[in-house]
Design a protein around this ligand. Structure first.
Ligand SMILES: C[S@@+](CC[C@H](N)C(=O)[O-])C[C@H]1O[C@@H](n2cnc3c(N)ncnc32)[C@H](O)[C@@H]1O
Length: 270
């Protein structure tokens, strides 16, 4: 059982095999509920430097390959690599095309040669990586000088309504943990990459009820995988407690769920 009043330990992100298995299970249901992913990825695409045509791009944590296909359309003369840790996602993405190669791999240990890409695009994947320093050093290694890493991720503040509501019910961890925005700032500044832009923006979705929100998180493979999450069935009384607590946040449009999105564009110096 985890007491939320304790300071968070580094490395308290979910186990990688669980992340891969959870996303593999979610591959077929993912696209129907992925509005947040679409909005964030499109915003990240709009932030790519306009004047570049990469010889080779990498979609890191490609999921179902939605953005691999958009990158493939945008950079028609380029070679595209789509990489994900979840085999189930790659099986879904591969027949839909967009990239020339679909690769099973880990963003913390890229199975790619040094200086082999001009662009690394990564939308809503690196929040799953416990060792973000390694993600950045791998991006630095794999990018050619002048190459760009553009990523979108989530930071503290994400799903705070759900976290606070659960805290009122039982004080336990029911929401995945996220890094502080200041940690993103520090690690990016120390990465050897030049930070062209780095900012956080709230993105608020609305749901008619708590069940719709938790159902969507599950379909996305993004439901709670934290160590210390409660096991077993959730009792009726606790669910009712959660629903009552969450109602305090209700707005005219419904129950809000805030995602605190980090957008970053970094360049490897020449
Ligand atoms: C929320 S999905 C986003 C998928 C896609 N980028 C999009 O925007 O639609 C996150 C993806 O990151 C992948 N992922 C998580 N940890 C990873 C890691 N260490 N290396 C590579 N991919 C990872 C998951 O398997 C999942 O497919």
């Amino acid at each position: 059982m985890t007491d939320l009043s304790l300071p968070k330990l580094p490395g308290s992100l979910p186990d990688k095999r669980q992340v891969a298995a959870s996303f593999s299970r979610a591959a077929s249901s993912y696209d129907s509920v992925a509005q947040l992913q679409r909005d964030v990825g499109n915003e990240l695409l709009s932030r790519l430097p306009q004047d570049r045509e990469p010889g080779r791009w990498l979609d890191m944590g490609c999921g179902t390959g939605y953005f691999s296909r958009l990158l493939g359309e945008r950079f028609q003369a380029s070679e595209g690599l789509a990489l994900d840790i979840a085999e189930g996602m790659l099986e879904h993405a591969r027949p839909l095309g967009g990239a020339q190669h679909f690769i099973a791999g880990d963003a913390e240990r890229l199975p790619l040669q040094g200086q082999s890409c001009e662009l690394i695009f990564s939308s809503l994947a690196v929040q799953w990586c416990a060792d973000f320093r390694s993600v950045l050093s791998e991006a630095h290694r794999v990018l050619k000088p002048g190459g760009v890493l553009a990523f979108a991720s989530l930071c503290v503040g994400t799903l705070y309504e759900l976290r606070d509501s659960w805290r009122q019910v039982d004080g336990m961890v029911h929401v995945n943990r996220f890094r502080e925005f200041s940690t993103y700032q520090q690690l990016c500044a120390a990465s050897g990459l030049h930070v062209l832009s780095l900012e956080t923006r709230p993105h608020v979705l609305h749901y008619p009820d708590v069940r719709s929100l938790t159902h969507e998180l599950k379909a996305l493979g993004a439901h709670n995988l934290n160590p210390g999450r409660p096991g077993g069935l959730t009792g009726r009384a606790r669910i009712k407690g959660l629903i009552d607590a969450y109602e305090q946040f209700r707005q005219a449009q419904g129950l809000p769920a805030t995602y605190q999105v980090v957008y970053a564009v970094l360049e490897k110096p020449l």
